[in-house]
Design a protein around this ligand. Structure first.
Ligand code: SAM
Length: 438
C-alpha cells in the first residue's frame, strides 16, 4: 500500500475486492472539517444536519422555507428511519414474481426494490472536473483500468438482461465519461433490445454529442442528461479542469435536441464560492430552452475532491435564489424513489429540480444498483467495495448463478449512507464516483 497524499499523506492507493487499485482517504474527518485535496442471454439457466432536521426539512413531506412556495406533493418520499446504526433490519416482505420467472422480486432489508441500474462503461473521462476527478490527483500518470479488466459490451448486456429479470426497469449508461468509450451506440443497441427496459438514458458531459447524438438516438437511446455547471465560459473552463469551452457543450445539447433525444435534462453541480452565481443564469437559460434542469448539491463522494460542508449550497438556498426572480411551486414526485425534488415555475414556463442528497437524503427510497466498468455491483454511491460479477461471469457461471448472486447482494443490502452522514461516516473508505458510475 502506498501513501500518495497531497501534503498530509492522507490519500492512499489500495485494493478493492477485484484487486484493482482505488483511491481512498485515511484518517478521521468530521463533517464540516477541511479535507485535504487530495450475449444478451437467452436465460437458459446459464457535517450535514441529520435527516429530517435543519431549517428546510420536516422529514420527506417537509415544508420548504422558500418564500411564496406551496407544497402540493401527494407522493412525498417515505420518512427517514431513526438515525441509529442499531436499527434492526426489517425482514423482506414477499413480492410478486419477476417477469417470466417464478422467483419473487428481491427486496432489501429496508424493504427497497431494485428498480434502476447505473452502468458505468469506463472509469476514464476527458474532463477533470474539480469536484469529481481533480487534475492534480488524476494526472497523466494515473493508472486507469486496463482494457481487459473492463466488461465487454456483450458482458454488460448479459448482466443488464439479468438485472432486468430481477426487477430493474430503468438503465442509465454513465462513467467516467461514457462517450469516450469506442462504439458506444453498439452497447445502446444491445441494451435497448432487452425486454422489460422501460427507460434507457445516458449521462454525459456533452463534449462529444455533436458527433454522437444522432448515432445514439438511432441505436435506441431515448433521452439524455448532460452535465453543465455554468454558462460563464471562464467558470465552466475552470470547473471542467481541461479548459473546455462551454459553447461546445451547448452545441452538443443542441445536437441532442435535434436528434430527438427527449427530454434533454441538464445537471448542474453547485459548489459555493465556485459557481453559485451561475444558478439563476442557468435556470433562465434552461427554462427558455425548454430543458429540464437539475441542480445537484456538491456531494462528499470519494475522497479526492476536497469536499467540505461549507461548500455545499443547500437546496433551500438554490430554490430561494430562483424563486426570488422566477416564482416556484413544488410538484409531486412522479414515482416513488425519484431523486430530484421538482418545482414548476408559477407562470407555467417549465420545471426545475434539486438533487439534495446532502441536506435532504433520500436513502430510504433508494432503488438504485450500480455496475462498475470492471463488473462490480455496488448498492450505494458511498460504498467502499462492490461485489465481483465479472470473475464468475468469465469463469462460465450460468445465468441462474449470476442472478442468484445479484439477488443475494440486494437482499442483504441495508446501506443508507447519506442519512447516517452526521453519525460519523466521514472517515469510512469510499470509492470514487467516476469509478462506480455517477
Ligand atoms: N461524465 C459524465 C458527466 O459528466 O455527466 C457522467 C459521469 S459524472 C460522474 C455523473 C454526474 O455526477 C455528473 O452530473 C456530475 O456533475 C456529478 N458529480 C460528480 N461528482 C460530484 C459531486 N462530488 N457532487 C455532486 N455531483 C457530482
Amino acid at each position: 500500500m502506498r501513501i500518495l497524499g497531497a501534503g498530509s499523506g492522507v490519500v492512499e492507493l489500495t485494493g478493492g475486492t477485484s484487486g484493482h487499485r482505488r483511491w481512498y482517504r485515511r484518517g478521521p474527518v468530521g463533517v464540516g472539517a477541511q479535507r485535504p485535496v487530495s450475449a444478451v442471454t437467452g436465460l437458459p439457466g446459464a457535517g450535514a444536519p441529520p435527516a429530517g432536521t435543519g431549517p428546510q426539512a420536516s422529514a420527506r413531506g417537509r415544508v420548504y422555507d422558500v418564500p411564496a412556495m406551496t407544497d402540493p406533493r401527494s407522493t412525498a418520499r417515505p420518512p427517514a428511519p431513526a438515525p441509529a446504526s442499531n436499527v434492526a433490519p426489517a425482514p423482506a416482505p414477499a413480492t410478486p414474481p419477476a417477469p417470466g420467472t417464478s422467483a419473487p422480486l428481491p427486496l432489501d432489508r429496508l424493504g427497497r426494490r431494485m428498480h434502476d441500474l447505473r452502468i458505468s462503461v469506463t472509469d476514464r473521462c476527458n474532463f477533470r472536473c474539480t469536484y469529481c476527478m481533480p487534475a492534480e490527483v488524476f494526472g497523466r500518470d494515473y493508472a486507469f483500468l486496463p482494457r481487459r479488466q473492463i466488461l465487454t459490451y456483450e458482458e454488460v448486456a448479459r448482466l443488464a438482461h439479468l438485472f432486468v429479470a430481477v426487477g430493474v426497469e430503468k438503465l442509465r449508461i454513465t462513467g467516467g465519461e461514457p462517450t469516450v468509450r469506442h462504439d458506444l451506440p453498439d452497447l445502446v443497441r444491445m441494451v435497448a433490445a432487452i425486454d422489460g427496459v422501460r427507460d434507457l438514458t445516458l449521462t454525459t458531459n456533452g463534449s462529444t454529442l455533436r458527433r454522437l447524438a444522432g448515432p445514439l438516438a438511432d441505436a435506441g437511446l431515448r433521452r439524455i442528461t448532460v452535465s453543465l455547471d455554468s454558462l460563464d465560459d471562464e467558470v465552466f473552463r475552470r470547473m471542467n479542469g481541461v479548459d473546455f469551452p462551454v459553447d461546445r457543450v451547448l452545441d452538443g445539447i443542441a445536437a441532442a435536441v435535434q436528434a430527438g433525444l427527449a427530454p434533454v435534462k441538464v445537471n448542474m453541480v453547485v459548489r459555493r464560492g465556485v459557481n453559485e452565481d451561475s444558478i439563476l443564469p442557468v435556470a433562465r437559460w434552461a427554462r427558455d430552452a425548454g430543458l429540464i434542469l437539475r441542480f445537484i448539491e456538491f456531494m462528499d463522494v470519494g475522497h479526492t475532491n476536497g469536499w467540505r460542508m461549507d461548500e455545499v449550497v443547500p437546496q433551500v438556498e438554490i430554490l430561494a435564489r430562483i424563486d426570488a426572480a422566477m416564482p416556484l411551486e413544488a410538484l409531486p414526485a412522479t414515482y416513488a424513489g425519484e431523486v430530484a425534488d421538482r418545482f414548476r415555475y408559477r407562470d407555467g414556463s417549465g420545471e426545475v429540480g434539486v438533487i439534495a442528497s446532502v441536506t435532504q437524503p433520500f436513502c430510504r427510497a433508494c432503488t438504485r444498483a450500480r455496475l462498475s466498468a470492471e463488473g462490480e455491483l455496488y448498492t450505494c454511491l458511498f460504498a467502499a467495495a462492490g461485489t465481483d460479477l465479472k470473475t464468475p461471469l468469465r469463469a462460465g457461471a450460468t445465468d441462474d448463478e449470476l442472478s442468484e448472486r445479484i439477488r443475494a447482494v440486494w437482499t442483504i443490502r441495508a446501506d443508507r449512507y447519506s442519512e447516517l452522514r452526521a453519525a460519523g461516516t466521514a472517515d469510512r473508505p469510499r470509492v470514487e464516483m467516476f469509478a462506480i458510475g455517477g
